[in-house]
Design a protein around this ligand. Structure first.
Ligand code: MG
Ligand code: MG
Length: 276
């Protein structure tokens, strides 16, 4: 069952998404080698609670934290730990909030300290692929058009592995709603998108093989070859002419620009593909 949202409901989801991004921007300002996943989790939770909202992931199917913190070979669903981040770590931070009965969801991968050019390129391609997918979130197109755009760019053009087992999703009064939004697919296939559909698009892209497995903690998804993975996510409303991006990474990017221990992740085609 696909729930289409009214304009009022979309504005409520936007408010939730902007709070998620405010929490992630705070993370972007404090994350560095030497800080722990538990510390950034605690601070992100405070940002959310100060706003009168509730962390969206905490307690969801038993998940214990506000943030999913997935480092290096961690793809998604990592539990924040007491282990300090190290120079050279790439850390995916995924956050959700529940506010006014609607969820917001967004994620960003932070590159700490000295990072190899190979891994920086993975991050830039994955971040760019997110916007390539968003370009297809238009009335009349199909979910497969999004998946094709992401997969074609990441796998065919850049030879990375696009994760199959985890997908984007509809979002609203539930954190995960229909339809599933895979990061792979065929043009013109899958459910047709209509104005008012709100979806989270979230490419998960591996430097090596596309294969993943579950880590021993029962939560973290890791690459099967232990090579690094990247993850970026926006929640968007399908529009008549173009998608309306309800989350906003500008604050995160500004925080990173002012944080000397985190590398900026510029889009490959820069502003030209940034749909607003
Ligand atoms: Mg997310
Ligand atoms: Mg999501």
């Amino acid at each position: 069952m696909i729930y289409y949202k009214t304009e009022e409901e979309i504005e409520l989801i936007r408010e939730s998404c902007l709070l998620v991004c405010k929490a992630l921007a705070h993370v972007g300002s404090i994350i560095r080698p030497g800080i722990t996943g538990e510390q950034i989790d605690k601070e992100a939770e405070q940002v959310i609670r100060d706003y009168g909202a509730v962390p969206g992931f905490k307690g969801y199917r038993g998940f214990p934290a506000t943030l999913c913190v997935s480092k290096n070979e961690g793809v998604v669903h990592g539990i924040p730990t007491k282990t300090e981040f190290k120079d050279g770590d790439v850390v995916s931070v995924d956050c959700g909030v529940l506010l006014n009965e609607f969820y917001g969801d967004s994620a960003f991968t932070f590159a700490l300290g000295e990072i190899t050019p190979e891994v920086m390129q993975l991050l830039r391609v994955t971040n760019t692929a997110l916007y390539k997918g968003i370009e297809k979130a238009v009335d009349g197109k199909r979910v497969g058009d999004i998946g094709f755009a992401v997969q074609d760019y990441c796998e065919r053009k850049h030879k990375y592995g696009v994760v199959r087992e985890l997908v984007g999703h509809g979002i609203g009064k539930n954190l995960h709603e229909a339809p599933e939004v895979p990061n792979y697919g065929k043009k013109g296939r899958g459910p047709k998108m209509r104005e008012g559909l709100v979806i989270a698009i979230e490419p998960m892209v591996n430097l090596g093989t596309k294969g993943v497995k579950q880590a021993d903690d029962g939560w973290t998804i890791v690459t099967s070859d232990a090579k690094p993975s990247a993850h970026y996510e926006h929640t968007v409303a399908v529009g008549k002419q173009k998608a309306d991006i309800l989350s906003d990474h500008t604050g995160i990017e500004n925080a990173i620009a002012n944080n000397p221990e985190v590398n900026e992740v510029p889009l490959i085609l820069s502003e030209s593909i940034r749909v607003r």
